[in-house]
Structures are given as C-alpha cells and as structure tokens.
Design a protein around this ligand. Sequence first.
Ligand SMILES: CC(C)=CCC/C(C)=C/COP(=O)(O)OP(=O)(O)O
Ligand SMILES: C=C(C)CCOP(=O)(O)OP(=O)(O)O
Length: 297
Amino acid sequence: MTFDCREYMKTRAQLVEQALERYLPASGQYPDILFESMRYSVFAGGKRLRPILTLAVIETLGGDIHDGLPVACATELIHTYSLIHDDLPAMDNDDFRRGKPTNHKIYGDAIAILAGDGLLTLAFQVLAETKMPAGGETRLLQIIRELAYGAGVYGMVGGQVADLLHEGKKADENMLAFIHKHKTGALIHAAVRMGGLFAGATEETLSALSRYAWRMGLAFQIRDDILDIVGDTEKLGKKVGSDLAHDKSTYVSLFGLSESQQKVNQLTDEAHEALKTLPYDTTILHSIADYLMGRES
Ligand SMILES: CC(C)=CCC/C(C)=C/COP(=O)(O)OP(=O)(O)O
Ligand SMILES: C=C(C)CCOP(=O)(O)OP(=O)(O)O
C-alpha cells in the first residue's frame, strides 16, 4: 500500500492540536486578554508543518511521538509568535492570517506584541518541562540550544531583519538565499534536528537530517513566494500579492515562476538524496518533501 501523506499529516496535526491545547494557558484568568490573544492565533488553523516534521523524524528513528510532543510543539509556539509579529504595522502590516483577521487587528498592537512575547517564552517553558527518554536527559539542553539558535539572532530573527533591510531594494541571489535560510529555513532546520536529538540520533544521522532540512526550508520559502503570486487567498488563509506590495525581492521576482519552481524541485531532489544516506525507512520524510514541493496552502 502506498503511503498517504495527506492523511498522515492530518492525524499528526490533530495530535499537535490536542497537545497545544494542554500547553496553552486557559482563558478566564487575569489578564484574560493576553491568554485569549495567544490562543486566538495558535488555534487559528496553521498547517503545523514544523511539529509534524519533528514527530516524523522521531517516528523514523523509532522514538515515541507522544513523549516527543513538547519538543514538537515548541517550534509551533515560536512560529506562531513570529507570524503575529511579522503581521504588525511595523513589519508587513497584514490584516489577514490563517483565514482570520490578524492578531493586532483584533487585540491591538501592544497586546499582539506581548502575546508573541508570551508564546516565545512559553516555548522554552514547555521544552524545559519535557520528559526525555531514559538515559537521554542531557540531550534536552542540546534541544533547547538548537531552538534558541534557530529562532534567534543567528536564525529567524536575523533573517527577518535582513528581509526588512532589503524592502524596496534588489537583493541578489546570495542575499536572498541568506534571507530565506534564516527567516524560514532556520526554524524548520531546528524542528528536524530537535526530533533527531530527542530520538538519540548519532552525529552522522543529525548531519544528514540537517542537509535534508536546509533544502526543505529553502524550498518551502520559495514555494511561499510562488504562492504569493499564483496562490488562492482562501486556500492560503492570507492575502496574496504581499511581496509585490512591499517591493520585496523574491526568487520569483529574480528568476520568474517556472525557474523558481524548478529550484524547488531541485532542492526537493537534494533533500531526498540526503535521506538516502540514513539507515532507516525514510518514507514519511520523503513523502513530506514531495507534498511540500507542490503545496497549495
Ligand atoms: C522574528 C520574526 C517576526 C520573524 C518572522 C519570520 C517569518 C518567516 C515570517 C513570514 O515570512 P513572509 O512574510 O515571507 O510570509 P507570509 O507571506 O506568510 O507573511
Ligand atoms: C514561513 C512562512 C512562509 C510563513 C508561513 O508559514 P506556514 O505556511 O507554515 O504557515 P501556517 O500554515 O503555520 O499558518
């Protein structure tokens, strides 16, 4: 029987959803607006790609996905914070995300900033409370470092700043690769490696997972640039044409649609190649790469 990637992603997203429900503070406590605003964006309906990747790696390496849920959800909390902040008037000034008005449109800029701060901090709290597999307790520190590195100034935050610095300016291919790898790739890279670390991967396995993840991260953002031109607002849950409106350099603006998709396909082939070096059945990770290459949302 062939592997049904859509079904796999759906069931894993449900697991993630239930776990996030446990980790997010309930509304109905003071200051309620903060918890309501955090929950509003987390439960607005993202794809849950990053936690699914973490769980897929854990499963591939023979680990327990239920125990790994805190590690998986930490990146989703950080990703959601980054979207809230990215949508603010001081950044992309977007008013539609995950099929709903953006956080600041409902709660105002100040609460949106603080809800993002709350999610970022909660991610590390959830991680610090992870019950690691017996004998693997010391790896938790490596997992925490991996997330801090991918989400912070050497990763996502640095990439976002480079992105902002190039609004209205033409970035060349190298700069664009820097922006995409940091802004988007670094958190995807962290999600994959955190799964590996949780499941006790060897250095060799971690380095193959890194090669896979970097390519997936870059391909994911290039596909995002393509969808910003040819995508459907309803399916995407966010307005298309945002890159053009902000005069952002993207792969599409540099190379056109068809060459950009070729680049996505080439990166996906390279991600598949990286998996071949692993001594595991990598069907799930292989299929997720295929699915993302042609995603519509
Ligand atoms: C520290 C911060 C705020 C990081 C934001 C990182 C990020 C990947 C934003 C979305 O990118 P995008 O603007 O290309 O995507 P979208 O089209 O979804 O807005
Ligand atoms: C990094 C980018 C391109 C922002 C959107 O990420 P996703 O496409 O993963 O957004 P959600 O499904 O989580 O909303």
